[in-house]
Design a protein around this ligand. Sequence first.
Ligand code: NDP
Length: 328
Amino acid sequence: TRTPVNVTVTGAAGQIGYALLFRIASGHLLGPDVPVRLRLLEIPQAVKAAEGTAMELDDCAFPLLSGIDITDDAKTAFDGVNVALLVGARPRTKGMERGDLLEANGGIFKPQGEAINAGAADDVRVLVVGNPANTNALIAQQHAPDVPAERFTAMTRLDHNRALSQLAKKLGVSVTDIKKLTIWGNHSATQYPDLFHAEVKGQNAAQAVNDQAWLENEFIPTVAKRGAAIIEARGASSAASAANAAIDHVHDWVNGTAEGDWVSMAIPSDGSYGVPEGLISSFPVTVTDGEYSIVQGLEIDEFSRARIDASVAELVEERDAVKALGLI
Ligand code: NDP
């Protein structure tokens, strides 16, 4: 029998955590034959709720779930961790300035980065979901100097999946007919969902759409503002779809991307496509043998260039802001 993979989830008692944990335990994160041991990290006042979720996990009798530990101590949570899903974050509340938000999140992601540095397994992979995800990932990474920098990633897979679904609807095709879609930049309203390199049944997606007004005025804003639309309709943030995207991100990072396709992941830039080195920005990536690489050689036209640059400029601003606050 295989040794269980240690999967740590922070913010485990939250909405996303509730949708995420059951799928991890049932084998959707790593595969149907990989046992997992869950570590749940929560703030002290939410530990009891996490214990409740753990009771439900027990009650599922998942064959692959070999144990659950619950803690409010980051060092304990990340000791021996193989896969870290950093979901818990400080949400922006009314009247909160961006600096306050970044500072509050620095207080969360700095100690978590340090704890990962101190105790994580050699093969640790980190996915940051909690917003502002790209910059929170950067903060954690900067406090984990002994972990290879490329192990820190942030989630743009929900944006990717939203874009797939919107495009499929527009063209009346199945999502499986669409390949090579890309989200570039920051997981924020400035993100750029790119159809110019995407393919629909082998045809260029932008050409298949053949409607620049739809692309600019409907597709891009609908994808970028989908989170707000869900809050408006549901009265709560998206949670199950965010959890699903986290599963997809890690699953593909571990198990590889499909031949002839790619996915979107926010990863430390190596300078590709003019994105300053070190920024955690979303790119088209393929994964082989557990290692991702940025798809190279895509031609970026003026329209795409301006959109990518705008989102990357926002990431630079966020990085400079956390630097100025002494968080990195
Ligand atoms: P959720 O579980 O709904 O969301 C958690 C984080 O995911 C938020 O930062 C949220 O950002 C983010 N997120 C990223 N993408 C999406 C998306 N597409 N849709 C929705 N959210 C997205 O939050 P809850 O408040 O329900 O739960 C958070 C939990 O985290 C609480 O139980 C809290 O106690 C815990 N926590 C734990 C910490 C720790 O373990 N050290 C630290 C801080 C909090 P956004 O705010 O922009 O929606």
